[in-house]
Design a protein around this ligand. Structure first.
Ligand code: PSV
Ligand code: MN
Ligand code: MN
Length: 388
């Protein structure tokens, strides 16, 4: 069996996955939100839960915020709270999808008042980033139209660019804007940022501090996502990932649960393109745990990312290039499949123990009593925001 080398292990030791604060709140579908005992009642408790994931895996030192879901009186206090628990605050996500004013759009709206309000919301997010020490402002827009003729799509692109320019102008030297795309939903006919090409066009017109965010759940079925990863890395515009998995649409399920092979292929392109442990690429999760416990759900997620990274590192690049150069189709494919089929779990477990971690982080967390404690102590948890 191929084993992970010292070099592979040191690459894995540097791996960092950013957790979304909203994964720790209750969420659901549009049919019902099922509450989970022990759900955090405020952003401070969400950070405390995220810190548990990091404590057992040493893989998740950063927590992303969502405004207004994580609005607090003092971001400095939130920052210190995070640091006391061994994590830092990361990407700030804006929200222009839950306000009555945004029914027909926000940054691309034709009404100057509403567009101003949406731009100001993003400026507030940057103010928050200044206090939290966050680098990235992530923008996902729920904008578009439902019927042909409802809006002028081209005018909307122009207004979107203008709005983004105003936001971009407020970024500090070390800050960035990442623009996420999604092919449909909540708009069903056209979406203003439906694909990586549109996001790339919009951010390229802004400048170097603007990048694309690739959410793995935001493509049509059958899309070759690793090709997009390759292309964005090649263009130097892959700013961040939102990892999750999907069976049907934007399911937000545990990354690697629906299609571990796809996650492996994506991470293989990340490695090929120099994106692993590259500070320019943020590896975030964007998930909701509707029916399973949230902390174990996040532990499972980061371990899935680690396992598929380890397998992707095992691809024998020399053998692969030789087979490719010889047009040996089956040999080239076999090199990739050999790596994918290697079970890295025993080696990762042993390696964790060497670093003072439990061999099985999930079992260790479940045995710790934390889940029972929060279930007893916290009554009346908040929703992740989707229903709030
Ligand atoms: C909605 O599709 C969404 O899941 C986007 O992926 C955002 O990243 C996320 O919500 C949080 O705003
Ligand atoms: Mn996302
Ligand atoms: Mn999504």
């Amino acid at each position: 069996m191929t084993a992970l080398s010292t070099e592979h292990l040191s690459a894995l030791a540097q791996q960092s996955v950013e957790l979304p604060s909203w994964a720790f709140g209750n969420s659901g579908t549009r049919f019902r939100v099922f509450a989970t005992p022990g759900t955090p009642r405020d952003p401070f408790e969400k950070i405390a839960d995220a810190a548990q994931v990091h404590a057992y895996t040493r893989l998740a030192p950063v927590v992303a915020l969502h405004i207004p879901w994580d609005r607090v009186e003092s971001y400095d206090a939130l920052r210190r709270h995070a640091e006391d628990l061994g994590v830092t605050l990361g990407t700030v996500n804006s929200n222009t999808f839950q306000d009555e004013d945004y029914k027909f759009g926000a940054l691309a709206h034709h009404d100057a008042r509403i567009r101003r309000k949406a731009i100001d919301h993003h400026l507030e997010c940057i103010d928050i980033m200044d206090e939290t020490g966050s680098r990235d402002l992530k923008i996902w827009l729920a904008e578009g139209s439902n019927y042909p003729g409802q809006n002028d799509m081209r005018d909307r692109q122009d207004r979107l660019q203008d709005s983004l320019q105003q936001i971009y102008a407020r970024l500090g030297d070390e800050q960035r804007l990442v623009l996420e795309y999604k092919f449909f939903e909540p708009a069903f006919y056209h979406t203003d940022v439906p694909d990586w090409g549109t996001s790339y066009a919009q951010v390229s017109a802004l400048g170097e501090k603007a990048m694309v965010c690739l959410d793995t759940g935001h493509h049509a079925p059958g899309t070759n996502i690793e090709f997009i990863v390759m292309q964005l890395l090649r263009l130097g515009k892959l700013g961040s990932f939102d990892f999750n998995s999907r069976f049907y649409a934007d399911d937000d399920l545990i990354v690697g649960a629906a299609d571990p092979f796809q996650l492996f292929r994506i991470l293989a392109e990340v490695i090929r393109g120099g994106g692993l442990n590259n500070p320019d690429v943020a590896f975030m999760l964007d998930q909701c745990h509707n029916i399973e416990d949230k902390i174990p759900g996040q532990i499972r997620s980061v371990l899935n990312v680690q396992e598929m990274t380890a397998r992707a590192l095992l691809i024998d690049r020399e053998a692969l290039t030789a087979a490719q150069d010889a047009n040996d189709v089956l040999a080239a494919n076999a090199v990739v499949m050999d790596a994918f089929y290697t079970d890295v779990r025993p080696q990762l477990a042993a390696w964790r123990e060497e670093r003072g971690l439990a061999a099985d982080p999930m079992a260790a967390y479940l045995a710790s009593g934390y889940q029972q404690r929060i279930a007893e102590e916290r009554v009346g948890g908040v929703q992740a925001g989707w229903g709030a």
